[in-house]
Design a binder for this molecule. Structure first.
Ligand SMILES: Cc1cc2nc3c(=O)[nH]c(=O)nc-3n(C[C@H](O)[C@H](O)[C@H](O)COP(=O)(O)OP(=O)(O)OC[C@H]3O[C@@H](n4cnc5c(N)ncnc54)[C@H](O)[C@@H]3O)c2cc1C
Length: 336
């Protein structure tokens, strides 16, 4: 029997696999990856529902994927289905050196933010504009295990292995969903993919209940009050493949965060982390056209930059739609 293989067990691979099983409960599906939670890039992400560094991905696609993900995480926040997955609604300040403030809206175009008062703006002397808004924050170290459990409970299989080429998966698997993130650079030779290195510091500071994002020119600094710790971040070094923590970057980041919120000096460090955002000219979410060189059918879902969490559930739905199209047009349908 022909089977489906998802390459990758980050947030993109696991959500694709779960949504495929939701749509096709009897399908034979395997996730193959060389890293599983808690060792993927997704585990270390911020992970705020904000779209960042997605290149020239068309706005209508970003909105569609973002809205679907927003609805999913909102439902989880207010449902017992979330189980051990920690997804929370958070509110806080977004300030910028750009005097123009574009107030955030929801999918119906309703405002979900308000301008800061003059008194509030005095808290951020470097900023020229600001808003107070509400969004969602995911603790991926609990969300990825939740996705994994859901996948296994539905009958999904896993293999821990490094793939050198997608061709090696044929003929065992007829359809491949490629969710290998930044590694598609090596796996496919996709030179449009590049890393944007980010360093974060997790601190224990339970008195911080709101989020703070400060955008000064190109430099972004954020403080995110997670359920276990507070995430300090904001480094984005394009083209840098270094996965080691850098003391200089870390000190500069901590100083920037303390300027926004001096009480952070009282916090204790939980751990430091470095990750590489899988940036691309645009998110690649498409079926690869069949060619004489293609041994199996491939749906690519990678290159989500700094927005993999913010877009994952909507992207997974598009994977399911592409898969449905494929099955409607081929004899694979009869085997599922
Ligand atoms: C500092 C930082 C902060 C971030 N903050 C946010 C945020 O606030 N909001 C947000 O939406 N996004 C954020 N991101 C971005 C987000 O982390 C990524 O977009 C997302 O994790 C990409 O998910 P992925 O599943 O594609 O990749 P990954 O999590 O890297 O998973 C890739 C998977 O593919 C597997 N794989 C790859 N190659 C092979 C191979 N050859 N053989 C077998 N397995 C393979 C890996 O083992 C892994 O399982 C942040 C990223 C960083 C670095």
């Amino acid at each position: 029997m022909k089977t489906i293989c998802v390459v990758g067990a980050g947030v993109i691979g696991l959500s694709s696999a779960v949504r495929i099983l939701d749509r096709f409960p009897n399908i034979d599906i395997t996730v193959i990856a060389d890293k599983f939670t808690p060792h993927t890039t997704s585990d270390g992400a911020g992970a705020l529902l904000e779209v960042y560094a997605v290149g020239d991905t068309p706005l209508e696609l970003v909105q569609k994927w973002g809205n679907e993900t927003w609805d999913h995480l909102k439902n989880l926040t207010f449902s017992v289905d979330a189980g051990s997955a920690r997804v929370q609604q958070v509110s806080g300040y977004w300030v910028s050196s750009d005097p123009q403030v574009i107030l955030k809206t929801n999918r119906d175009g309703e405002n979900i933010s308000r301008r800061l008062t003059r008194e509030e703006m005095q808290l951020f002397p470097q900023a020229k504009s600001g808003q107070f808004f509400t969004t969602y924050l995911v603790d991926c170290t609990s969300y990825l295990p939740w996705l994994m459990k859901r996948y296994i409970n539905k009958g999904g299989k896993i293999i821990n292995k490094t793939i050198q080429s997608l061709d090696e998966l044929y003929p065992l698997y007829e359809i491949i969903i490629n969710c290998s993130g930044l590694h598609s650079h090596q796996l496919l030779g996709d030179k449009e993919l590049f890393p944007a290195r980010g360093e974060t510091i997790r601190v224990i500071a339970p008195w911080i209940k709101q989020l703070y994002i400060q955008e000064i020119g190109e430099e972004i600094t954020y403080i995110l009050p997670g359920s276990k710790n507070v995430v300090l971040g904001g480094t984005c070094q394009k083209g840098n493949w270094d996965k080691e923590c850098n003391q200089k970057d870390r000190s500069a980041l901590f100083e920037r965060c303390c300027q926004i919120l001096p009480s952070l000096k009282m916090a204790t460090v939980d751990y430091n982390w470095v990750g590489l955002r899988p940036c691309r000219s645009r998110v690649r979410l498409e079926m690869e056209p069949r060619s004489a060189h293609t041994k199996c059918r491939v749906i690519h879902n990678y290159g989500h930059g700094g927005a993999g969490i913010a877009l994952h559930w909507g992207c997974a739905q598009t994977v399911v739609d592409l898969l449905q199209d494929l099955m409607n047009n081929t004899s694979i349908n009869s085997k599922l």
